[in-house]
Ligand binder design. Sequence first.
Ligand code: SIN
Length: 329
Amino acid sequence: MSKLRLFQALAVVCILSLAALAHAAPIVIKFSHVVAEDTPKGQMAVKLKQCVDAKLAGKVQLEVFPSSQLFDDDKVLSAMLLGDVQLAAPALSKFEKYTTVLQIYDLPFLFKDMKAVDTFQQGPEGQAMLKSMEDKGLIGLGYIHNGLKQMGANKPLRVPADAKGQKFRIMTSDVLAAQFDAVNAIPLKKPFSEVFTLLQTKAIDGQENTWSNMYTQKMHEVQDYITETNHGLLDYMLVTSAEFWNGLPADVRTELEACIKEAIAYGNKVSDEKDIDDKKKIADSGRTQIITITPEERQQWVEAMKPVWAKFAPSIGQKNIDAAVAANK
Ligand code: SIN
């Protein structure tokens, strides 16, 4: 082949490669979650999509699947490891199969408010927990707030004795099971998508969740009382698979990190607002009665549930618990 011919052939290959690159299909990122769009996590996901559409147009296509449309939380992490979904943000209670350090977030009455939660999550122990599942192929990209949990039931719950024998739906967490065992109640691990029907059909007597989740799932319409206990946390970890994340082009990863930061900040602002607004909407609906307990009644719950801390300290690490307690100061 003459030099000219060789040069022409190379030029054609280059042009074809460039054209192929120019038309390369965008990277598809599926983000699956279980809550409604009008929730802190739902709004965080919407914001993330807006940012990705604006900053990574043509390079990344983010598809959000709310309300368990794609996966329930019991399936989403195994699906992620198979490459069927790239982003998810299960509640921190739902990672027990992959790590036990996150059990800390389910310890009853651990954090006094969301500021303390934030202090712990942004501190060294909380940040290290984002990396706690890397050996299982999962990377934590950040925490998303929802808020503190309240307890709902068809009877007024004022003191721990009121919960005796009552069936409570819980997330898939042994800590939450121990929490309800501690007050002689019956914990049942069930998917979020089933809670409304379980309450409606009286297959369960009660449940625990945030104001936002109760309101958006209409749980207040199918249970007579909600006790304002603020006894536990419902937050999320945004996770991805290490294989997917490490395989992204560096510039795409950097842009995505910036979008995630922006979206989480927005979602956390929404969570603060919804905690107040959705409680008010539930109260205004007149469909359920909100019970405010006295500090003495609350103290009874604290004492009844406190043994759960010692039970899980070995799997969580006492150093982590101490750091969380210190975050309340
Ligand atoms: C969620 O907020 O993602 C669901 C929490 C639950 O399962 O109760």
